[in-house]
Design a protein around this ligand. Structure first.
Ligand code: ZN
Length: 669
């Protein structure tokens, strides 16, 4: 329902990333250095880091080579993270040294990487599906937390595994686990993909690509198995006289489909009583563990959530949750059934846990921008022109959170949600008192940054790449300005000729135009802030380049869904970059060599035209919104989304060379 595709989707944002433990070996000179100091164990240099991590996934081993911190091309004890949510949890390092478990895993990985490929087609496809996900670490180093906080985190880890168990039962995956063949890759695929199905673009439609030979379909536990034999059972239920009860979000459907009047709605807390009570207990224990007097709001939420998991009434938990903010808690916890994407009928709330630290970075930006918020509105109102007039504005920046673990419905096989608004139902949702969050530590790891740089280098020329920062700051700024601009100029409540935006443009185009306005603001306000010395000249330039690279990422995803539905962000991205191309700020040169030295045909940047181009973009987009100018909106779409100004195919072809992130989690306590 409200899983946001925030601006940051392909962006590296986030100002804080928990870094690996301090590394041994001080010689950080350039180039490969000899193995450091006297070491007892033999070097572990038989396989490159990326391949080590890839083969660990194929072997279903919960081990991760974080980074070659001392650049000796050998795995060292300080560079290993044990991963969560695997069937085993061996200790790989003890007292700063490798254990026998590590030696065993290393030998398995090294051996597997040298073996010829399996002759079995299913196994080949399983390997291919796994390889399309690049294991990407989300590491939280909590070794310095207080003993109480460590206890709290420990309880939350328990909550995470209980949520996983419940979710796997509900999806029907748990019931299939016993059918897995012996090979570890099949087990790994089943674990990562949360069931037997393949998920990569090139393998998801292959019937032979499955963790379980024969490709059995999981039977969702929320509906009677018998009912699911009919492909259209959702439609049948929607037409049922008791549809309203049966399709409610927090109930399972039980009974025999032959006697359809006997179908009944059973509350989650009855249908999954044992697991939900266990969760209720664990959340209460987590509340008990919090001793910090500054965490009153967190404790209130944990207690309310504990009750909701026992009585299926989610509103009190939502109320308590809505009162948590960046100002009253260090933690972000959401343990509830929420989104409905996961199940075949899209009506039942999926069980999930989002457990994160609140990132205080939003406050610094809030305090920089609030003093100039009215002036920003004034500038944008001037660009929008009549009949729009400047109004009084306030900002609502999202909470920035650093993910610790995602469990249940939150943990995807590939990629991750990077923005979300909740809850979906009840008074907190209906009265606009929910919370919006942006997940800020995702895609900020060195591998993701390197992949993004590689993608950028495949399309930009060397000159443009010199202005590409490659760190999180420019993307962070862009996200903030994008979110801020949603509050500026003609927004949701604005009407022209008594028509709101939906009425003026139609739903999908209205959505594109609102996001495009936010995106135009992300570019236009760069110069506004630079001129006021709120940001440096360097950050301003880096932000232009970063925002262009962000747009390439979205453009590569294609403009329309299979059913013809508009993809909002890709279309916004195409209009943004197309506009910059038309204004000469971004120049496609078919003969230029890309910065990677391999591709012919690349974009150059003309910074002298950037400020004017962004000003014009703001003027056009805000003006179209102000006048409810449907023809103007459609002309932009025709030219840049459906037209030939933007080299869509080239962008797609160069970007999709890179695998997607498969986020894996590690918590050091
Ligand atoms: Zn937006």
């Amino acid at each position: 329902m409200k899983k946001l595709l925030l601006l940051a989707l392909v962006l590296a944002c986030g100002c804080k990333k928990t870094e690996p433990a301090p590394k041994e070996g001080s010689g950080s000179g350039s180039g490969p250095s000899p193995a450091p100091g006297p070491i007892e164990s033999k070097p572990h240099d038989g396989i490159a880091r990326i391949d080590f991590n890839r083969w660990a996934v194929r072997l279903n081993l919960p081990v991760y080579w974080i980074a070659d911190a001392n650049n000796n091309k050998s795995l060292d004890p300080g560079e290993v993270a044990p991963l969560l949510f695997y069937p085993t949890a061996p200790a790989y390092v003890a007292d700063g040294k490798f254990t026998a478990e590590l030696e065993k895993a290393y030998a398995q990985i090294a051996a597997a990487s040298k073996q010829p490929e399996s002759a079995d087609r299913r196994e080949q496809l399983v390997g291919k599906d796994l390889d399309y996900g690049r294991a990407t670490l989300v590491l939280s180093d909590f070794r310095k937390l207080s003993a109480d906080d460590k206890q709290f985190v420990g309880h939350m880890m328990k909550v995470a595994s209980l949520i996983d168990e419940l979710y796997d039962e509900q999806t029907g995956a748990a019931a299939l686990r016993a059918k897995l063949p012996v090979d570890p890759a099949s087990h790994s695929l089943f674990r990562r993909n949360r069931g037997p199905k393949c998920v990569a673009p090139s393998t998801e439609k292959e019937p032979d690509c499955t963790a379980i030979p024969g490709n059995p379909k999981p039977i969702n536990a929320l509906y009677p198995a018998e009912l699911q034999k009919d492909d259209k059972f959702c439609a049948v239920l929607e037409k049922h006289p008791k549809a309203k009860d049966l399709m409610a979000p927090f109930v399972a459907v039980r009974g025999t489909p032959e006697a359809s009047d006997q179908l009944v709605a059973v509350p989650y807390t009855e249908a999954y009583k044992d697991k939900m009570l266990a969760l209720s207990k664990e959340l209460a224990a987590a509340a008990d563990a919090v001793k910090d007097p500054g965490e009153v709001a967190l404790v209130a939420y944990l207690r309310a959530a504990s009750k909701s998991w026992s009585d299926n009434n989610w509103e009190p938990a939502d109320e308590a949750w809505s009162k948590m903010t960046v100002d009253n808690s260090k933690w972000y916890v959401r343990a509830a059934p929420d989104e409905t994407y996961w199940e075949p009928c899209n009506s039942k709330a999926g069980t999930h846990l989002t457990f994160a630290r609140i990132n205080q970075g939003s406050r610094a930006w809030q305090s920089k921008l609030v003093p100039v918020q009215q002036e920003m509105e004034k500038e944008i109102a001037a660009r929008a022109g009549k009949p729009y007039t400047e109004r009084k504005v306030t900002f609502h920046l999202p909470d920035f959170i650093d993910i610790i673990v995602n469990a249940g419905d939150d943990r995807d096989a590939l990629g991750a949600t990077i923005g979300q608004s909740l809850p979906n139902w009840g008074p907190v949702a209906n009265e606009g008192r929910g919370r919006t969050v942006a997940m800020f530590n995702l895609y900020t790891d060195p591998d993701s940054l390197a992949a993004r740089r590689g993608q950028a280098e495949s399309l930009l020329d060397g000159g443009a790449m010199k202005m590409y920062a490659g760190d999180a700051q420019p993307g962070l700024l862009a996200t903030i300005l994008h979110e801020a601009t949603h509050n500026l100029g003609p927004a949701h409540e604005y009407k022209v000729d008594n028509k709101d935006s939906r009425a003026a443009f139609g739903g999908p185009v209205s959505q594109v135009m609102e996001e495009l306005k936010a995106q135009a603001g992300a570019l236009f306000l760069i110069e506004f802030l630079r001129a006021k010395k709120i940001i440096s000249d360097e950050l301003a330039i880096q932000s232009y380049v970063d925002t262009i690279v962000w747009a390439f990422g979205h453009i590569s995803q294609g403009m329309y869904e299979a059913d013809g539905k508009r993809k909002t962000y890709p279309q916004v991205a195409a209009i943004q970059n197309g506009y910059l191309i038309e204004k000469g700020a971004l120049v496609w040169d078919p003969k230029a060599t890309a910065a990677n030295g391999k591709d012919t045909g690349a974009f150059k940047l003309d910074l002298s035209k950037m400020v004017t181009a962004c000003d014009d973009l703001m003027k056009d987009v805000a003006g179209i919104k102000a006048r409810g100018d449907k023809a103007g909106a459609e002309a932009l779409i025709k030219k840049f989304v459906d037209g030939t100004v933007v080299p869509h195919d080239t962008i797609k072809q160069r970007y999709l060379r890179y695998p997607k992130a498969n986020f894996v989690y590690s918590v050091a306590l």
